[in-house]
Design a protein around this ligand. Sequence first.
Ligand SMILES: Cc1cc2nc3c(=O)[nH]c(=O)nc-3n(C[C@H](O)[C@H](O)[C@H](O)COP(=O)(O)OP(=O)(O)OC[C@H]3O[C@@H](n4cnc5c(N)ncnc54)[C@H](O)[C@@H]3O)c2cc1C
Length: 547
Amino acid sequence: MNSKAIPKTPRSRFDTHEVFNQSPPYENVDLFESDLPLRDAVNANGAVGEVAALSTFGRHWGSAEMFALGRQANENPPKLHAFDAKGFRRDRVEFHPAYDRFMAESVAAGLHASTWTAACRHAPPPSEVARAARFYMAAQIETGHLCPITMTRAALAALAAEPAVAAKVVPKALTRSYDLAFAPFWEKSGMTLGMGMTENQGGTDVRANATSATPTGDGYSIVGSKWFMSAPMSDAFLVLAQAPSGLTCFLMPRFRPDGSVNALRFQRLKDKLGNRSNASSEVEFTDAFAWRVGEEGAGIRTILHMVQLTRLDCAVASAGLMRMALAQAVHHCRYRTVFGKPLYDQPMMRTVLADLALELEGAVALVMRLCRALDLAAEDPREAAYARLITPAAKFLVCKIAPGFIFEAMECLGGNGYVEESILPRLYREAPVNAIWEGSGNVMCLDVLRALKGEEERALFRTLAHDAGVADREPNEHASSEAFARVTVERLARLASAAALRASAPQSVADQFVRTRVAGSHGALYGAQDIDPAGVEVLLQRALPQG
Ligand SMILES: Cc1cc2nc3c(=O)[nH]c(=O)nc-3n(C[C@H](O)[C@H](O)[C@H](O)COP(=O)(O)OP(=O)(O)OC[C@H]3O[C@@H](n4cnc5c(N)ncnc54)[C@H](O)[C@@H]3O)c2cc1C
């Protein structure tokens, strides 16, 4: 960290006070090198060869410039220009240049595409783990732009159901070029993809979609609306609509094949709690052109391929938000003195910080292990079962704990943490959306219950308990009931975290995690745990090594 580089204004005799006992800005850090749990998880999950490149990425994204851009992108939310000055329909959304810079950076780094081969097959291991490590670091600096980034990479999984459409899109989506031009995607050097499933009457129950799709020969005419459609300046969107044979998945480009602007009418942008750099629109399709993706009536099955990947990214991004909050808290407490002693040395504060660090250890180990399963799923049915079962469980747990975690970290900075420039308020506002979109908490639990009907998935419960070093039974009928599902799913995710920690973290860390979160139940608050002083020191040095 380069705190000496900050120029100070010279004191004059009119200054009323000296500023002291404040921490220097947390910036110009290597987001990879300074994060031992991440490094361990990357190594344990087959990505040792990526370490040098990840450190280069971590240094760049942790620069003061990137922190400043993150602030600018969120202080200047996008604007909808539904009409121009003369009343002509335009349906354009204008983003701040800082947002576009993040898009260009993430696309150049392959966050939107690096897990795919040119033939749109899963790239060989450790592509998933290596990308997730970058995604996790990017999320610490600016999360809003990661919405179109994750949708682009995930949409390609659904497009595989329609090779003719995939052939048009994949070569453009895989380039490392972010092309801002408002032009047909086939004329651009790169493209991004969005998704529209949620309608006013229901987002979870997409079978209630009322948007209609009528075959027109070369494609379909789509008429209807979507209540949430994020990243509206994407070049094409996967949408669900009712075709003659039922709910079907479509690809709707911003321009028709003849080059004219397609009939997407943006009604307004949502005024959101967080995620402010990113736009989320309400949109009407007034005879919009679209290509079918997959069979008519197979819409949900087709789009589920996409959703599994976006759910994984929700968990990775939430862990990233938690990471930035924790790093800010540990950093500040090392500098801030209260009652003659740094906060970092006050026993109760150390327990709070260590308990937060332990929570994040579990989350990082879990999401990286899950990425490893995706890396191996094509070759190994047990890994495929792991990915199927643990994706919704990890999304449920990690996204749910993030807001409370970030609040606790915010409080470690006292009043400074509540103030916008500290970045903590932005992280805090950003966190809940990952739990809500791409299937809200209860919906994730229902999905786990569905997955637990599989033999391989049920057996995994036992294997995870064994790997975690605890005795646990497969869920009985009661535990598999909807009413009890949150308990079952949290248990599953905790077991999976503990098992992942056993494979990646020092034994003392895994032991503390099992003791505080698996063998016994963790209280509602952080820091109410009895972590021995040696364990506290290990956790804090791993969270942010002291130079
Ligand atoms: C910022 C933002 C951006 C978004 N962007 C997009 C986008 O780009 N594309 C898109 O398609 N959607 C988008 N969404 C929509 C999002 O995916 C939905 O809001 C979400 O899926 C939930 O749907 P809903 O809002 O209709 O809530 P509902 O479906 O009404 O659900 C409400 C609550 O009920 C719970 N619930 C549902 N069923 C059950 C059950 N059987 N048992 C118990 N509880 C249940 C849910 O978990 C949820 O907590 C976005 C949302 C937000 C907030």
